[in-house]
Write a protein that binds this ligand. Sequence first.
Ligand code: SF4
Ligand code: SF4
Length: 451
Amino acid sequence: MRRQRFGTFVGGLDLPDEKHATLNQDIEPIPIPEALHVPADPCLLGGVTVLVRPGQRVADGDRLAVAGGGQMPIYAPTGGVVAGVGRCRLAGRPHGTDLDTYAYECPSVELTDLTPLEDAGRAEAPLPWQDAAPEGILDHLAAGGLTTCTCPPEPLASWCRRHRRAGVDVLIINGLENEPYLTCEHRLMATRGESIVTAAAVVARALGVGRTALAVDARRIDRYRAMALAAERRGIQSLAVEHKYPMGNPTMLTAVVTGRIPPPGRSPMHVGVAVLNVAACAAVHRWVVTGRPPTWRVVTVSGVNVRRGGNRLVPMGLAASDLLAACGAPVEGNFCHGGPMTGTALPDDAVVGPATSALLSLPAADERSATACIRCGWCTDHCPVRLDVASLNDMYELGDLERARRYEVTACLGCGVCSYVCPARWPLTHRVRTLAALVRRDGPAEEYAGD
Ligand code: SF4
Ligand code: SF4
């Protein structure tokens, strides 16, 4: 990979990696579970129609439901018998909900008596995407029920259409994965790099962008040689980006790669950039090239007390507790959905959805209460968007929304850096994000600047 050095940003952190346990572990499917609760509306579009009835036998790849009034089909990850139609809980926080929400409910289809996972089930005809018009590609992405694999997920076709309408001219594939422990996207890039590049080319064609860049961690470029060669053949730029947290945040990555800085509280789309993650690219390749719906994803299971962690290929709707048990993790403990810096607490009854990048067993939380702020300034020094965090903490205590608005609180990325560095143990991230949510609610609608 041609090492092209890119700038960095002020603030941020050199976090401990904690990836050693799973970095070199190849992607492995999990053993057959007892049941799946397949989410029928992971993007909360509403208007769900269930297409199967209890007792019906379905095959791998059959349609189980459609959400969004016919917009988003939901497929069976494997064959089985429909045991019932109910509701499941997905870990994560959908847009517009309270910041203390760690899971949301959606309709689900329960499958039991499962056939061997990842069998050679039904596949649609691949799309000849090189000759397809952008609108044809977008229709095909919609027919696959693909999502952005972010938390919260958004239908990928809607995301592309929104970015096309905004006139984006750059697509960045975000291969940074720079939260500790996470290695699922690293393994995809290291072992299926050509597929990721093909998917990037498909999305670039659908968006109609002139420049596509694949940004990866500069420390791991040796692992991505095959991907870099494939990118070169397709005219996609490979960028080795310096390791620093939160470089993987779309706002920071956009600023570093393009020099364009989204306005406070706005996403990269507002400066003509689309940022897509590697998990979404893997799903695009699966659907567009092999004709198989995105009913599986790779999840990193790692952390303290996990005996057989790794990067596991997991069907949508698998209970998180079943996945943890399959990896030798204890039933009780401090579990996190996603990375330790931005993830959320894992509810007991959560199932795997499109946004599940990791299930982590973390050390017990520090229960000591916060002490007085000593005005050390570390929170502001490390904040990647240079917010006056200690003052915002005061504004949170006083409920001073007007002043918080003037201090541009909505620029907060929710990266977790300020809480991590605070010697007085203030829950600064939670407070600043809450303040930002209150300011947004108070004023004109804005777009969340995170994923
Ligand atoms: S890092 Fe903590 S103690 Fe230091 S100024 Fe910020 S809030 Fe105060
Ligand atoms: S969570 Fe927000 S306030 Fe805290 S360091 Fe990150 S961007 Fe700054």
